[in-house]
Design a protein around this ligand. Structure first.
Ligand SMILES: C[S@@+](CC[C@H](N)C(=O)[O-])C[C@H]1O[C@@H](n2cnc3c(N)ncnc32)[C@H](O)[C@@H]1O
Length: 263
């Protein structure tokens, strides 16, 4: 199946998709929300992500992780995302926190980074490479990182070989061109010139959020339906339930990786 990385992700990040996701995870737009950002930063620091330099973020979206990383590592974050709406939101939030000069927006495809070789001191990504051509993105990260720099990321993973039907469902509902297993990621990182320091299945930790519906759930669903219509409710619910089904069946999940650029 052809994957056009500029193509919008079939409603995953349209207005209704964003409202649906923001409701469940907030502006840290990934499973585990802000807690997962804090956990990844702690592991990255432990494995040598240095403070004070330039950190590339692969798919910065609304910029909540970028602002956290900028502060946590006293760094400048180069925020790459293809979506201009995401950059507008990122810049507005950065301005409120006086971080405009340390969260720099670059509108580009992560498969073709408009950055010089070896100019980055670290790289960061949370739960976005699932949408991308992963070999191309990992190659580009290897190219722009200086030797010794750390690349810390989390992503949605396959935990078993997925069937053709499951892969087609993920492409259709989630706009994932592929999902890698932990060992496929390890091979990919190694062959692109990284030493892999952490490659961890985080499915249990990332999926154990509160299962209790919040007190305003019925009112929120009614207002969501009034804004976006029944079809949007169905599409978002179908997408969420389809992924949850894969996780419950032990076939899909979440991984955390820390790798160091060799050389
Ligand atoms: C799940 S969101 C990222 C969430 C963000 N990392 C966070 O934790 O808050 C996915 C983002 O990837 C961006 N994206 C998807 N494919 C891309 C590509 N090939 N190049 C650049 N950005 C891409 C989308 O525009 C979207 O903002």
């Amino acid at each position: 199946m052809d994957h056009d990385p500029w193509r919008e992700t079939d409603g995953v990040y349209d207005d209704s998709g964003m409202a649906w996701s923001l409701r469940s995870v907030g502006p840290h737009l990934h499973p585990g929300s802000e807690e997962a950002t804090v956990a990844l930063a702690a592991r990255a620091a432990q494995y040598g992500l240095k403070s004070g330099g330039r950190i590339l973020e692969i798919a910065s979206a609304l910029g909540a992780p970028a602002r956290f990383v900028a502060r946590r590592f006293s760094s400048t974050v180069i925020c790459v995302d293809r979506d201009p709406r995401m950059h507008r939101a990122l810049q507005a939030a950065a301005a409120v926190e006086e971080l405009s000069l340390r969260c720099l927006s670059v509108r580009a495809l992560t498969e073709h980074l408009p950055l010089r070789d070896g100019c980055m001191d670290g790289a960061w990504s949370q739960d976005a490479m699932c949408h991308m051509d992963k070999p191309a993105v990992v190659q580009e990260c290897a190219r722009v990182l200086r030797p010794g720099a750390v690349f810390a990321f989390s992503d949605w993973i396959a935990r078993t070989e997925l069937s053709t039907a499951e892969l087609a469902m993920l492409a259709d509902l989630w706009s994932f061109p592929s999902l890698l297993t932990i060992s496929e990621y390890v091979l990919l990182l190694d062959s692109a010139g990284f030493d892999v320091l952490v490659a961890e299945d985080r499915t249990t930790a990332s999926s154990s959020g509160a299962a209790v519906a919040p007190p305003d759930q019925a009112a929120w669903e009614a207002s969501f339906t009034a804004r976006f219509g029944d079809e949007a409710v169905e599409r978002n619910r179908l997408r969420t339930d389809a992924w949850r089904g894969l996780v419950v069946a032990g076939r899909g999940g979440f991984g955390m990786f820390i790798a160091r650029r060799r050389g």
